[in-house]
Design a protein around this ligand. Structure first.
Ligand SMILES: [Zn+2]
Length: 378
């Protein structure tokens, strides 16, 4: 049976932290924190007050996109102190780091072996409370975490890694700069689109995805360019729902192609993913029986593409692709490799060759390297 999560998504949700910690019957906390986010998001005063009643060990100073050396440092600190709850505060990287430490510290095998798949996960994660300070990654709603070992990207998944509690407080996002709002919001936007066409999608995951898509499409411009508390609340909801969608259906081609772009060029995750989203919408709309990978068939996939197009207020794929390009450019974000300054054939071949095969196989239309190169090199 899948683990269930308690989610508090509202303005002022952080006020519920003390009650949530008590619900988990915890005394000793392991606080995984992005210090910069902690200082600027407005959570610090409230949380320090709450922490006065508990025994807290802090872990911070880790790089974005969790790397093995930082994960091992966190595990070692966790094991030196007997902790019964992990609290993670920050963006997707901090929440993934909390999940990785809470799970991997309990395993008899090394972190390297578990992450790379050389050893099995034998024990469940320590209970966890996730407090996102960005809206978009949805990490607080998923049972997996991204980790990098020797420059290679892995996804560590276990049902117990779904945080027991998600405290999603839009007030924590009001000071987010424009580009972080755009990048994380675009992650939610792309996760919602990919969840609509994912081979692994279900009725439930698509219900989350379509709502996330509509919310992000209607509110991300405002949240990034002229934020109001309403647009922040809508984007918090969009990010969380898109997270719930990928927790079931997983991501697809645009994510598969993004990891190398982030690690090689330092392009933030959400922007790296959105570089190929309109191209993949166009590509997937031309699915045929011979290249359809979804057992539900071509007409099922086309129905999902049409749902995406309708959610964007469009009547054709061409129109939707044009509007997505305008949407990205309004956010000062590139809408192709070319616009991102990645222009040589060699660079695009390298990205195509890097595509994560597991995520690629979740795309509803099979795509070989030459088709991808042709699609993405304009
Ligand atoms: Zn993502």
């Amino acid at each position: 049976m899948d683990k269930t999560q308690t989610c508090i998504l509202q303005l002022g949700a952080l006020d519920e932290l003390q009650r949530c910690i008590r619900t988990l019957a915890s005394r000793s906390l392991f606080f995984v924190v992005d210090e910069a986010a902690y200082r600027t998001c407005g959570a610090m005063r409230k949380m320090e007050n709450v922490f006065q009643g508990f025994d807290v060990v802090r872990f911070s100073g880790f790089e974005p996109n969790p790397k093995l050396s930082d994960i091992e440092r966190g595990i070692s600190l966790f094991r030196q102190n007997d902790r019964d709850v992990v609290i993670a505060l920050g963006g997707g990287s901090a929440i993934d780091m909390g999940k990785l430490i809470g799970l991997l510290a309990n395993q008899p095998s090394s972190a390297r072996d578990v992450i790379t798949g050389a050893a099995l996960i034998e024990r469940p994660s320590t209970p966890m409370i996730a407090i996102p300070t960005t809206s978009g990654t949805g990490s607080e709603a998923t049972h997996f975490a991204v980790a990098y070992v020797d420059g290679n990207k892995y996804s560590v998944a276990h049902r117990s890694s779904l945080p027991d509690v998600a405290i999603v407080d839009p007030e924590l996002t009001v000071n987010l700069p424009k580009m972080i709002t755009a990048a994380t919001g675009l992650d939610a936007f792309c996760q919602a689109i990919e969840s609509m066409w994912a081979v692994g999608s279900t009725d439930e995951s698509r219900a989350y995805a379509i709502e996330a898509l509509q919310l992000a499409w209607s509110n991300l411009r405002a949240a990034a360019l002229s934020p109001t508390i309403e647009s922040r609340l809508a984007m918090s909801r969009a990010g969380h729902l898109a997270g719930k969608a990928i927790n079931i259906g997983k991501t697809t081609s645009s994510h598969a192609l993004s990891y190398f772009v982030t690690s090689q060029y330092g392009i933030p995750h959400g922007i790296a993913v959105s570089l190929t989203i309109r191209q993949m919408l166009d590509f997937n709309s031309r699915v045929k029986t011979e290249d359809c990978t979804d057992p539900r068939g071509v007409s099922f996939v086309i129905d999902r593409i049409n749902e995406i197009i309708r959610a964007l207020g469009c009547t054709s794929v061409v129109h939707a692709c044009e509007l997505i390009k305008g949407f990205l450019n309004d956010l000062d974000c590139p809408s192709s490799y070319h616009e991102a300054g990645i222009r040589s054939d060699r660079e695009i071949c390298e990205i195509v060759a890097s595509a994560n095969l597991e995520r690629m196989s979740n795309n509803p239309r099979s795509c070989n390297a030459s088709a991808l190169f042709e699609l993405l090199s304009v």
